[in-house]
Design a protein around this ligand. Structure first.
Ligand code: ATP
Ligand code: MG
Length: 564
């Protein structure tokens, strides 16, 4: 992990330095980048890093960033994913304007270029099966072997490629390959496959095609058609770059984009692979792509992470050329930073214990004015009804308090935030000996939370009025995997955290929380940040715990919870 300061978010990285030099030397009139997702799943926090990089560079250098769907594999791609990806990029705060493209927009052009390669003797139709092609490919230490079809006459190649397109052959019967060099040290140059036969309907082109270009044949050419200047991708594509460049050089493309690679994001306790995320969904380990435990953008949003926190995280981790693993605590730190500034404070009692104030008038209701955010006076306040019967957190009372427990106990006085000082006079227990109610008294001279004689209780508790509290379900979340490197021992699914979700029913929250809308993350005082879940319906509130107030995982916040 790099040391960095959050106040220098747009510090230069090696890609920005390259772009800046290109601008300085007048190599491009306009900087054009693109974010090229394959619509075969939802976007995750790793994609957010790439989105912030590509759209960020375009913004900083006065250029533009395209959103381009890399939709070349119809058997795995769906409209649902296309829609979700667009919504997620927008929610993250980026705008592609009119520059929405699809690799499938270029299928006709790509086909023509493939024909041009055949005419130039630089591509051929191969009848080998996928397995045979693999066997002929050689290894890192041994060269590959030529396919027996490598020297097919051009006319025959043209005829067969046309018939592939016309649908005469079944899936896998033939492929189109570039004719480069079966002995090239880089395996990607050993006559890579450019087209395969796939009889499958495409979300956009329907049944128009039954041959589809490979990623390698579609990607660079799409960049060139769109005038992309800097084609930024992750390191696993570095070995593809010679092929990217070969195709650009050997085709009559309208521009010459350059590919640059950066290290993908890896996060502790997290898996960032669409293939694995799809399995988590399909095998029911989570409720869906937007389950609040998922590292997807939609999952983080549902959990209550603000887009700004994700952008801040991307800025702080920066962009590097070497792979590394970032602690998930860093993401949480960035999100807490935003929420501490922006989240309204509210009272919610997760595990309620009844408090009756014996000296408070039975029918009286006082509206207590409580600040929304002590960090931000401009956030104003709200009024919270106070009555004779209240709920407090069960954890805030101990019959036999240990030495450092300063909260409520028999005979002890505590402050109720924004209201009064109260003293516990009597404990009521049920037949099983469980504490079910506390009889207390309040000091009318302490209204608002200060005593005229200057006495200061050591603890301040949150509370809700029994008469006005609204019932709620609260879902507590923890990391989806128990170990920082899920799957390192082989079985990823054995590392799933069985306690990643805890559902609490019978929670009681202050009335203002009934009006919270999805997208508004609040702080339940002393408990953490919480966001209303879309499952909330009128009369049944559901809140997701976004994060605890302090990091309980990393050393940073391990000092434990404060009592006041
Ligand atoms: P996954 O590995 O999760 O299946 P992918 O690379 O196949 O992802 P794409 O839809 O092809 O997913 O990715 C779109 C863009 O996002 C690519 O440019 C890719 O390099 C980038 N990207 C994907 N994962 C990460 C990551 N973990 N960190 C940074 N960028 C990423
Ligand atoms: Mg990909």
């Amino acid at each position: 992990m790099n040391a960095q300061t959050p106040d220098s978010p747009e510090r230069a990285d090696f890609i920005r330095e390259i772009v800046a030099a290109d601008v300085r030397e007048g190599r491009h009139a306009t900087i054009v980048t693109r974010f090229p997702p394959e619509p075969n799943g939802y976007l995750h926090i790793g994609h957010a890093k790439s989105i912030c990089l590509n759209f960020g560079i375009a913004r900083e250098f006065g250029g533009r960033c395209h959103l381009r769907f890399d939709d070349t594999n119809p058997t795995k791609e769906e409209q649902e994913y296309i829609d979700a990806i667009e919504a997620d990029v927008r929610w993250l705060g980026f705008d592609w304007g009119e520059h929405l493209y699809h690799a499938s927009d270029y299928f006709e052009q790509l086909y023509e270029w493939a024909v041009a390669l055949i005419r130039a003797g630089k591509a051929y139709v191969d009848d080998l099966t996928a397995d045979e092609i693999r066997e002929h490919r050689g290894t890192l230490t041994e060269p590959g072997q030529d396919s027996p079809w490598r020297d097919r006459p051009t006319a025959e190649n043209l005829d067969l490629f046309e018939r592939m397109r016309a649908g005469e052959f079944p899936n896998g019967a033939r492929v189109l390959r570039a004719r480069i060099d079966m002995a090239a040290p880089n395996i990607n140059l050993r006559d890579p496959v450019l087209y395969r036969i796939v009889h499958a309907a495409h979300p956009r082109t329907g049944d128009a095609w039954c041959i589809y270009p490979t990623y390698d044949f579609a990607h660079g050419q799409s960049d060139a058609i769109e005038g992309v200047t800097h084609s930024i991708c992750t390191l696993e594509f570095e070995v593809h770059r010679p092929l990217y460049d070969w195709l650009i050089e050997n085709l009559p493309v309208p521009s010459r984009p350059h590919q640059y690679e950066f290290a993908r994001l890896n996060l502790t306790y997290t898996v960032l692979s669409k293939r694995v995320l799809l399995r988590l969904v399909n095998e029911g380990h989570v409720r869906g792509w937007d389950d609040p435990r998922m590292p997807t953008i939609s999952g983080l949003r549902r959990r209550g992470f603000p887009a700004e926190g994700i952008r801040d995280f991307a800025a702080v981790i920066g962009v590097a050329k070497a792979d590394s693993v970032v602690e998930v605590g860093q993401l949480e730190f960035a999100v807490r930073g935003v929420l501490n500034r922006t989240a309204s404070r509210r009272f919610a009692v997760l595990n309620p214990l009844k408090v009756v104030l014996d000296n408070y008038p039975a029918q009286q209701v006082e509206e207590m004015e409580v600040a929304n955010n002590p960090e931000d006076p401009s956030a104003g306040g709200r009024s919270v009804p106070f009555t004779r019967e209240l709920w407090i957190e069960h954890d805030d009372f101990r019959e036999d308090p240990p030495a450092k427990f300063f909260r409520l106990a028999p005979g002890r006085e505590v402050r109720l935030r924004g209201a009064y000082f109260v003293t516990c006079r009597e404990i009521v227990k049920d037949a099983a000996g469980q504490v079910v109610e506390l009889r207390c008294t309040y000091d009318p001279a302490t209204r608002g939370g200060d005593a005229p004689d200057g006495r200061r209780p050591k603890a301040t508790l949150h509370w809700v009025s029994a008469a006005y509290a609204v019932p709620a379900e609260v879902r507590l979340y923890d990391h989806l995997f128990v170990r920082p490197d899920p799957g390192a021992d082989g079985d990823l699914f054995a590392d799933l955290n069985p306690a990643s979700e805890t559902v609490l029913r019978g929670c009681l929250v202050e009335p203002a929380l009934a009006a919270t809308t999805v997208g508004q993350t609040v702080q339940f005082e002393r408990l953490g940040y919480f966001a209303p879940d879309p499952d909330s319906m009128a009369g049944h509130l559901v809140f997701n715990r976004t994060l605890t107030l302090k990091d309980t995982w990393a050393k940073l916040g391990a000092q434990g919870r404060q009592d006041t």
